[in-house]
Design a binder for this molecule. Structure first.
Ligand SMILES: Cc1cc2nc3c(=O)[nH]c(=O)nc-3n(C[C@H](O)[C@H](O)[C@H](O)COP(=O)(O)O)c2cc1C
Length: 221
């Protein structure tokens, strides 16, 4: 599945089949996680065959079932951590989709205490991505029209529109889509417009915009 198809087909999936992830798929994911950790200076970890983090009230209340695998999004505390984990976490969600898996971003509906990942001193676990073979493929979220999500002086160039179309398909906390892209000349900027986890959302939409537009937004190391 190519990356654009993966972006279109990715929807949050909260119920998973009792089907293990094969070793070759795990190893592909592990390699992508290593690349993200190296590039972003992060400590993202894959946890497999571990039902505890999603066994309590929060997971049940959040309508999660059968979650036994997750990607823990962890990094050293800094003012940029949320954006970076949003960006690299979404890169991993799209990679998982390409590998035939389903995911859901989760900030609230799991137990941080019970999760089996290593958070070193000075680090923070921001969110996890549930991972596995979904009972369904999920459904497309309602989206604001792209004109409400960006500010463009003059005509909207094609590359920018494609970036915005991909950004509108991105997952955001409670589907709030509280972000605003601005095009000034050929300079793109984006900012959060408030809401919960809006810095994580910002990193996620930056990744989608880059794929659609072909323009880099994230600073490279
Ligand atoms: C940062 C973030 C945190 C989220 N936390 C939760 C959560 O705790 N529980 C949950 O059920 N969904 C959670 N979601 C999933 C969103 O509700 C979902 O992405 C949004 O409704 C859009 O739907 P889609 O992912 O199918 O496109 C979260 C999404 C993001 C981006």
């Amino acid at each position: 599945m190519d990356i654009y198809e993966a972006i279109k087909k990715r929807h949050s999936v909260r119920s998973y089949l009792n089907k293990p992830i094969p070793a070759d798929i795990i190893s592909e994911l592990e390699s992508e996680i290593s690349l993200c950790n190296d590039e972003g200076g992060l400590h993202i970890q894959l946890v497999t065959d571990e039902p505890e983090a999603f066994s309590g009230f929060m997971a049940h209340y959040g309508k999660f079932s059968g979650v036994k695998n997750y990607i823990a999004l962890i990094g050293e505390k800094s003012s940029e951590l949320d954006v970076k984990l949003g960006y690299y976490g979404e890169r991993l969600a799209i990679k998982a989709q390409q590998l035939g898996l389903n995911t859901c971003w989760v900030a609230m509906s799991f137990s941080k205490r019970k999760s089996k990942c290593i958070t070193e001193s000075g680090e923070k676990l921001i969110c996890v991505l549930s991972l596995g073979y979904g009972e369904t493929q999920g459904t497309a979220h309602k989206s604001k029209p792209i004109e409400q999500l960006c500010n463009v002086k003059g005509d909207m160039p094609d590359w920018f529109r494609k970036g915005m179309e991909c950004a509108a398909l991105a997952p955001t906390a409670m589907n709030q889509q509280k972000f605003l892209f601005t095009l000034n000349g050929d300079r793109v900027s984006v900012k959060p417009t408030g809401g919960f986890y809006s810095k994580v959302d910002l990193g996620i939409v930056m990744y989608h915009f880059e794929i659609g537009s072909g323009k880099k937004l994230m600073k490279q190391p």
